[in-house]
Design a protein around this ligand. Structure first.
Ligand code: B12
Ligand code: SF4
Length: 489
């Protein structure tokens, strides 16, 4: 723990990369701005701190460390997920080795859930637990004025070499009071919503991420949202969000937004108000959000579409109903019921994406074959199949920590590594069957018929399909079949 007053003149905020696989994971994923850090930057900036955000892309660790050092930082703040924890620690160690006076602060999902292990690592001076804005300001004030750290809620550190965690930080009640995230064009220019989207990636300009709410009303076995945000959801007012969107459009010409909310539609009333606010604003943009199937209906989907929604992601997780009840904290409808919602989205020009998981310890080869056929019954436009991964702080972690195939967190990438040992299927076999499931899905008669119908209704969507399949072909070399069966370009 630091005892002397420190004048903070330069701060670097860092989002480290994946560490283990410095390439995009299976199937690629969207590229977005580091929103959490941009919120932290905004509050620090408002207090007059000189702040630089760095995102580690393809640069090697040593190169990045030199870049950080070139800013002569007093404090380096890391935004850490489980996946990039090891890389973060390696960078912190190197920084401390070069200049032990650099104060290292870790925040984000992983340090908020596995706090004690992170603090005991020795290269981290402070962990900020949960929502960071107020805590980081109090922490900086304490560092500069040599105040008592123990009175700051929501942090952890070593006190006389012993782990010390302060009282829990109460969540910010009115998130409208926060300054808007501090963005820059350099970051936004590379941001894209990949996959099926309208406008397609090549036509998207400076895609921005907007957080309309924080938290989720549910508490699924495998999810760390409650561990970070606590229970319950806080919403921004539609008016405040539109103000941010207007500022982003004016500043960067952005034409597509990703709403990052864990469950965008946890309040139907709020979604309606927000859509009306968009329609009354005169703004023109398209958006993608993540919803639960529960609570969506024809009226709401129509309204969302009118307000510019062009894609909805659904955390379906598994098509095995029994397993679904075990891992999800709410009962999700049966496939036929879910299909009614996907059809409504289809009719309203909204692409649908289902997030699914395999890699459960008792899963058998036959179960996966069954799955292969069942997935084809789902009338969605896009699927993503990840491996069930038990993140620290979740019930899944407690359940499976004795069955881990990897102890190194950089393997917790959800896509390339099977983290929970399976009794009968190897990681390589899993990857082969996953490819089969995906190939089978996109080549199914039902899927191809749906594309045809969509293009008949709206020929402009051809570019979206064209880019989607070419993207997948480039990334995973999977979809030659379907690309050849349509002369897209
Ligand atoms: C957008 C998103 C992405 C984007 C971009 C991530 C980015 N650049 O921020 C993309 C698509 C690239 C992505 C990829 C992945 N993601 Co992601 N992603 C999200 C998502 C939906 C939103 C993140 C966000 O913007 N939140 C809103 C901001 C305001 O919150 P925040 O970032 O947490 O920051 C706040 C606090 O955490 C804290 N804080 C954060 N950092 C710091 C740092 C300091 C110093 C301080 C003081 C405070 C602080 O203060 C902030 C403001 O209050 C979250 C779920 C969610 N809604 O949170 C999942 C989530 C973060 N992703 C997750 C995962 C697993 C992944 C992938 C591994 C999945 C995959 N294989 O594709 C990859 C790995 C990415 C990586 N770099 O490691 C998990 C993380 C689980 C974990 N324990 O690590 C989450 C929680 C989803 C989930 N429920 O499973 N992701
Ligand atoms: S609904 Fe989604 S975000 Fe909410 S707890 Fe379940 S998995 Fe997490």
């Amino acid at each position: 723990m630091l005892n002397k007053k420190r004048n903070i003149q330069s701060v670097v905020l860092l989002e480290p990369t994946f560490g283990h696989d410095k390439k995009h994971a299976f199937g690629g994923h969207n590229e977005f701005e580091p929103l959490g850090l941009e919120y932290i930057t905004a509050v620090l900036h408002s207090k007059g701190y000189k702040v630089n955000i760095l995102m580690q892309m393809s640069e090697a660790r040593d190169e990045l460390v030199q870049k950080i050092i070139s800013y002569n930082p007093d404090v380096v703040c890391f935004s850490v997920l489980t996946y990039n924890f090891n890389e973060s620690i390696q960078i912190a160690r190197k920084l401390k080795h070069i200049d032990e006076k650099i104060i290292v602060v870790f925040g984000g999902y992983h340090p908020s859930t596995d706090t004690e292990n992170v603090v005991k690592n020795n290269n981290v001076d402070f962990v900020v637990i949960g929502e960071g804005e107020t805590t980081v300001m109090e922490l900086f004030d304490a560092i500069e004025n040599s105040r008592n750290y123990e009175s700051i809620s929501g942090i952890a550190f070593l006190k006389n070499s012993q782990y010390f965690k302060t009282t829990k930080r109460i969540r910010i009640k009115n998130i409208d009071t926060l300054p808007f995230p501090l963005r820059n064009e350099n970051t936004l220019k590379d941001c894209k919503i990949y996959g099926l989207m309208y406008p397609p990636p090549s036509k998207q300009v400076n895609v921005a991420v907007i957080a309309c709410s924080r938290g989720c009303p549910f508490n699924c076995e495998f999810c760390c949202s409650n561990a970070l945000w606590g229970k319950g959801v806080t919403y921004r007012s539609p008016h405040n969000i539109i103000k941010e969107i207007r500022a982003v459009q004016e500043g960067f010409n952005t034409n597509a937004f990703f709403f990052t909310d864990l469950t965008f539609n946890s309040s139907k009333r709020w979604v309606k108000d927000f859509c009306y606010e968009i329609l009354n604003s005169g703004l023109n943009f398209r958006w993608y959000c993540m919803c639960t199937i529960l609570g969506l209906d024809a009226e709401l989907i129509r309204l969302m579409s009118q307000a510019g929604c062009r894609k909805i992601g659904f955390g379906i997780e598994t098509l095995d109903d029994e397993l679904s009840n075990e891992i999800k904290s709410f009962k999700r409808p049966l496939i036929e019921k879910m299909n009614e919602i996907y059809d409504l989205c289809f009719e309203n020009e909204i692409f649908t994406k289902a997030y699914l998981m395999i890699g459960f310890p008792n899963e058998t080869y036959n179960k996966l074959l069954e799955y292969k056929n069942k997935i084809n019954e789902m009338r969605v436009d896009e699927i993503k199949i990840s491996f069930y991964t038990p993140f620290p702080g979740t019930r899944a972690f407690e359940k499976y920590k004795h069955k881990l195939a990897y102890n190194d967190f950089s393997y917790f990438d959800t896509l390339n590594h099977l983290v929970i040992k399976n009794n009968s299927i190897t990681e390589d076999e899993y990857k082969i069957i996953r490819k089969e499931i995906i190939r089978n899905f996109y080549n199914s008669e039902l899927y191809v018929a749906r594309i045809k119908e969509r293009l008949t209704r709206n020929p402009a969507l051809i570019e979206s399909y064209d880019e989607f399949f070419n993207f997948l072909k480039l990334k995973i070399n999977l979809y030659e079949g379907i690309i050849n069966s349509f002369a897209f370009s």
